[in-house]
Design a protein around this ligand. Structure first.
Ligand code: AMP
Ligand code: MN
Ligand code: MN
Length: 325
């Protein structure tokens, strides 16, 4: 981004009065955290803000300040509204609202996915950031927007969840610096992590038990996966599979981990994780995207066909990686 583009974005935001903020389908903590964190800061600066998350707010993020304000759909958007997509790798990730956003002259894309397609009129895309919430923090600082405690709680949640609690490779000194600034605002990490990770309805723990029973590992021990048919989700009484991908990833020696979740519309939602190979390349081949070590895609087909197709490509990628080593 050139200096003059940066200056234009600055003016668009500071002079804007009405904002629509949107995060990605099937949202995670960074999607909701950066949506709410940046939006609440704009609001504290006197702007009018609408918050859109096409798939709503997952239960464990409903404690976040402003969560009750989030809507799934946007009825109208006045021309001149500043539209901002947060944590979305491509326009499709914003869901049906994407078409309306694209029509706006002031459409800003704030994201940290290396597969980002620069779909906005203005693009603040930096894949060295651990989380979009980190980028939102710097944007708030640069623009002189209010950094309230509520904003801090949301941004901290985004950074904590996207770094796996400061454990993943994307964690940098900068992530810790931003976290420090947020703690200095009064953010209480233990309160947040208790809500986000440590309080689960019994249905989700039952699903975890069911998922662990379905954990499979390839003969060579390099691939591990869990496949969840609708029947398991229905029996357990929950559709929330967040966090389950961590279990195949946890099997010692595994390079590739997968979670295959059968959706109601004839598609399979795939979560991918890896230790060394760039898994976003695999996700892109199936119409998705993401980061080198964490990516995702939604693939039409039955659970078994999608599972077989993805695992076949993964095996090929591993062989290629071995050949190059
Ligand atoms: P998940 O497995 O849903 O936790 O997603 C892992 C990472 O991949 C996250 O950073 C997502 O934003 C990204 N991701 C997931 N699905 C897609 C998709 N269909 N297109 C682009 N990026 C995705
Ligand atoms: Mn995300
Ligand atoms: Mn993110």
């Amino acid at each position: 981004m050139t200096q003059s583009e940066r200056e234009m974005i600055r003016r668009v935001i500071l002079e804007g009065t009405e904002f629509v903020l949107v995060c990605h389908l099937d949202p995670d903590g960074d999607a909701i955290g950066s949506l709410l964190g940046f939006g609440l800061s704009l609001e504290a600066a006197g702007k009018k803000v609408k918050f859109i998350s096409p798939d709503g707010v997952p239960r464990n993020y409903t404690f976040l300040p402003g969560a009750a304000r989030v809507k799934k759909e946007l009825e109208t958007m006045a021309r001149g509204t500043v539209a901002i997509a947060l944590d979305c790798a491509d326009l499709g990730r914003t869901g049906e609202v994407g078409a309306m956003l694209q029509d706006q002259p002031h459409f800003i894309n704030v994201d940290h996915h290396p597969t980002n397609t620069n779909f906005g009129r203005w693009n603040i895309v930096d894949d060295s950031a651990a989380a979009t919430a980190e980028l939102a923090f710097f944007l708030i600082q640069e623009l002189g927007l209010p950094l309230t405690l509520d904003v801090g709680i949301c941004l901290y949640t985004g950074i904590h969840t996207d770094t796996g609690g400061f454990r993943y490779e994307n964690t940098t000194a900068r992530s810790h610096e931003v976290a420090m600034a947020l703690l200095n605002l009064g953010v209480k990490p233990a309160l947040i992590t208790d809500y986000v990770y440590d309080q689960k309805p019994l249905t989700e723990l039952r699903l975890l038990a069911g998922a662990l029973q379905r954990l499979q590992v390839s003969e060579d021990g390099l691939l591990a996966w869990i496949s969840l048919p609708r029947s398991v989700l229905t029996t357990c009484g929950t559709d929330d599979t967040s966090g389950l991908i961590n279990y195949p990833r946890m099997v010692a020696g595994v390079e590739f981990a997968f979670l295959f979740k059968e959706d109601e519309d004839g598609t399979v939602r795939v979560s991918l994780r890896s230790r060394q190979v760039d898994v976003s390349r695999l996700a892109v081949q199936f119409g998705g995207g993401g980061h080198a070590r964490a990516a995702g895609c939604t693939v039409p087909g039955s659970l078994t066909t999608v599972e077989e197709a993805v695992l076949t490509v993964a095996r090929k990628m591993l062989q290629e990686a071995k050949g190059n080593a």
